[in-house]
Design a protein around this ligand. Structure first.
Ligand code: ATP
Length: 269
């Protein structure tokens, strides 16, 4: 369904994503995992057309997301849903209007139809009856559920989830994880989930992509990943603070930094 070809992203001197080929299967859940700064969000943003690649193409069928017009991209977005890390609810709108927002924005449906659709989505996330609440009156878990209902309001074919469980207690995180899994299966939705939650990622994904320093270092079904003997994969899965993925990101010598005097040359390590 979605294919990235020679896809890369560079910010000034930083390479957020090294040239990468990627294939996202239709109707499946793909989990993108990896340490902080490994390029997960960059890859998600590229695949959803939120940012343009430095090199390469993103194919949706025979359309290249990196070169299509803004108008066509807007049309394609009608078949995409997004759930961002911080829920990104519109603070001045209540729960009903937040969930109805994409329906108002992209359709001419009668308000009575929209009302029914919003009720169905809120029922699905267990929040029917909370339509009148404002975002400031919601717990973090409730806000994520509202954001989830909004992401699926248009019955999208593809949904992008960026850290959907971050900052949630284990029960709320479990609720969101289950919602992603059940909704994806039920609607045959293509779900792309960026997550730090190794356990949840391996539990719900059909396909796992593991990233390190802007590159994909392993991919496959959860069993393949779990059985990998790659030291970087093992360190990530076992949550070891140091190993081939270093704890320190510093590129200069610590001793040199402590003894540095202006006018002398700093050594790179
Ligand atoms: N807008 C930007 N400008 C400059 N550098 C950026 C920008 N966005 C990302 N980067 C850099 O690109 C690299 C990858 O960032 P990215 O956010 O994709 O990582 P990530 O794996 O999602 O990290 P995290 O899990 O901490 O969110 C990082 O080194 C980051 O500093």
């Amino acid at each position: 369904m979605i294919r990235g070809e020679n896809l890369s992203k560079r910010y000034d001197s930083a390479i957020a994503l090294a040239p990468t080929d990627i294939h996202i299967a239709a109707g499946k859940i793909t989990a993108i995992m990896g340490g902080s700064g490994s390029g997960k969000t960059t890859l998600l943003r590229l695949l959803s057309g939120l940012i343009k690649p430095t090199t390469g193409h993103i194919w949706y069928g025979d359309e290249d997301l990196s070169t299509i017009s803004d108008k066509r991209l807007y049309e394609l977005r009608e078949s995409m849903g997004m759930l961002f890390q911080y829920s990104a609810l519109l603070n001045s709108l209540n729960v009903y209007d937040n969930v109805a927002f994409p329906l108002h924005e992209h359709t001419d449906l009668d308000e009575s139809v929209i009302r029914t659709m919003v009720s169905m989505k809120l029922e699905q996330v267990g929040l029917r009856g909370f339509e009148h609440l404002m975002p400031s009156e919601l717990s973090g878990g409730m806000a994520k559920r509202v954001a989830f209902a909004r992401a699926i309001a248009m019955d999208p074919k593809i949904v992008f989830f960026d850290e959907p469980t971050s900052g949630l207690d284990p029960i709320s995180a479990g609720v969101i994880t289950t919602l992603i899994k059940d909704t994806s299966k039920m609607n045959r939705m293509t779900s792309i989930v960026v997550t730090h939650d190794v356990e949840a990622g391996l539990a719900i994904a059909d396909h796992v992509i593991l990233m390190w320093q802007g590159s994909i270092i392993a991919e496959g079904n959860p069993e393949v990943i779990q059985e990998s003997s790659d030291e970087r994969v093992r360190q990530f899965l076992e949550g070891r603070p140091d190993g081939p993925i270093p704890f320190s990101r510093s590129t200069t010598s610590y001793v040199d930094d402590l003894t540095y005097r202006p006018g002398t040359v700093r050594l790179e390590v």
